[in-house]
Design a protein around this ligand. Structure first.
Ligand code: ZN
Length: 232
């Protein structure tokens, strides 16, 4: 892995300001992991990363702890952190089956109790995603995955059913999914599908929001299916 400080590296992300240093470190690591620049199983040394990023060990440790919760890195006793293996095809199929059961219902409920603020936040996330697809760059891998995750999480939080929201959050479905495939064409299709969900929500049409979410999850599943790991 090349150092973050090397400005000729396409992965170099200009730190926005010092307050967001931890976020920059986290986001850069997400990009490295999702683009498979860091291969599944590859060791992630806190010390080496701190040197490469030109930061102290604190933000590196914080990012790794967060990534472990999200299933992108694993910590083994005595051997530290490494990039998580890519989950099996069966795991992805199970996750999609659950999302298809739960997320359309979350969209239905969220539309029924939607407020202006929630709607505005969702629209902003959609706009950010639309701005990202203009370039198929390394940094976009991570950012798109994070924003898509935030969009689905926020929608789930707005449904008013805490158990449903917590269940969906617990899947951390997006991060590993994007390790299978990121492509601006994939992202463009997802953006159109999000738009259909938003149109239904803006109209307050809960049935249409439920149908649009089901269409999005099923389309996402079909886009990713060819990239699942083949298994015996
Ligand atoms: Zn989505």
């Amino acid at each position: 892995m090349k150092p973050l400080r090397d400005k000729t590296d396409p992965a170099y992300i200009v730190p926005i300001h010092r307050a967001s240093l931890s976020e920059d470190v986290y986001e850069t690591l997400v990009s490295h992991l999702i683009s498979l620049r860091v291969r599944p199983g590859e060791r992630l040394s806190v010390d080496a990363l701190a040197r490469q990023f030109g930061v102290s060990q604190t933000p590196i440790r914080a990012a790794l702890i967060r990534l472990e919760t999200e299933g992108l890195v694993v910590k083994k006793f005595n051997s530290g952190y490494s990039a998580a293996p890519i989950p099996s095809g069966a795991h992805f199929r199970d996750i999609y089956a659950m999302r298809l059961l739960l997320e359309p219902e979350a969209a239905f409920l969220a539309t029924q109790r939607m407020n202006k603020e929630g709607l505005q936040q969702l629209v902003e996330l959609c706009e950010k995603m639309a701005n990202l697809v203009k370039g198929d760059t390394h940094a976009n891998y991570g950012r798109f995955a994070l924003l898509d995750g935030q969009f689905h999480s926020l929608l789930a939080s707005l449904c008013g059913n805490q158990v449903l929201a917590d269940t969906l959050h617990g899947f951390y479905a997006h991060m590993n999914l994007f390790r299978l495939r990121y492509h601006s064409a994939v992202a463009e299709e997802a953006i159109k599908e999000h738009q259909a969900i938003m149109e239904a929500m803006e109209k307050g049409d809960a049935q249409a929001a439920r149908a649009a979410m089901a269409t999005h999850i099923a389309a996402s599943r079909d886009r990713m299916e060819p990239y699942y790991q083949t298994e015996e």
